[in-house]
Design a protein around this ligand. Structure first.
Ligand SMILES: [Fe+2]
Length: 264
């Protein structure tokens, strides 16, 4: 048995320990647009084998297209558009080599730091979809200074801002009026699948439910960092709030046929 086969069998064994398999592919939204599957460039997968396992899992859940989004930040992950696009070539080759029925693209998850306004000003962002969606995140505890300014700057440059996992930020839990205000400005919201399981805590789960009840989720994303979390993902599809995904104005599936936008 090859080394690769041994790794796959190990994860499949772990996967099936007590988890019920869904009867059909649960990911009706078809496109996953938040994950960390470029090996070794952020806190996501570290090897091509791990990337392949993740892609196989996503495909098994019904995902047909993966737009993976490595972290970009000045301090921790100073990835550039050039290095990310090289990674895209390698990931696409991996998919072809292993005959996976998936298409893959690379965008990014940008940290709202001092560096981000420069990237916006220089049109140096990896967006996705015809609407030029740009996925970005902020720090988790304090309100990011300039959040509304950055949203406005993105829009004036022709991008559509998408805030990654808004349910996870503590300051939005305390200031309930802020998220509706951002959405009114035209900022879209991406919910992490795992938030409905309570993985990030009860407050995040509660915030996720509130946003789902308000039907204010534009994208759902796995935020998959590695295959070791796979057992937890089975819990998403059996979570009571998973049923609310079908009631959202989700745009994921529109990305299946979108040709994207040239870089710059
Ligand atoms: Fe992420």
């Amino acid at each position: 048995m090859s080394f690769w086969q041994q790794i796959k069998d190990q994860f499949r064994t772990n996967d099936s320990s007590g988890d019920e398999q869904p009867s059909g592919p649960p990911c009706f939204w078809q496109v996953d647009m938040h994950s960390h599957l470029l090996p070794g460039i952020d806190d996501g997968v570290q090897t091509p084998e791990q990337a392949l396992l993740c892609l196989e899992q996503l495909q098994g859940w019904g995902i047909q297209k993966v737009i993976t989004t490595p972290h970009v930040s000045r301090d921790y992950y100073p990835n550039t558009t050039e290095t990310l696009l090289k990674g895209q070539d390698r990931l696409q080759n991996l998919v072809i080599e292993h005959n996976l029925p998936l298409t893959v693209e690379v965008a990014a998850e940008y940290m709202l730091d001092d560096f981000f306004p420069d990237l916006i000003a220089n049109n140096d962002l990896l967006s996705f979809g015809a609407e030029r969606y740009v996925l970005f995140e902020t720090g988790f505890e304090a309100n990011s200074l300039g959040l509304e300014t950055v949203i406005f700057r993105l829009q004036t440059k022709g991008y559509t801002p998408v805030l990654a996992h808004p349910e996870r930020y503590a300051y939005f839990h305390k200031h309930r009026d802020m998220l509706p205000r951002l959405r009114e400005m035209g900022c879209l919201f991406q919910l992490n699948w795992l938030s409905v399981t309570g993985l990030y805590g009860e407050r995040v789960k509660k915030q996720a439910r509130l946003m789902l009840e308000q039907k204010s989720i534009d994208f759902v994303g796995s935020d998959l960092h590695g295959p070791s979390l796979s057992g937890r993902f089975q819990g998403v599809f059996s979570a009571p709030d998973f049923a609310l995904f079908a009631q959202q104005p989700l745009r994921n599936a529109s990305l299946l046929t979108d040709v994207g936008w040239p870089v710059g």
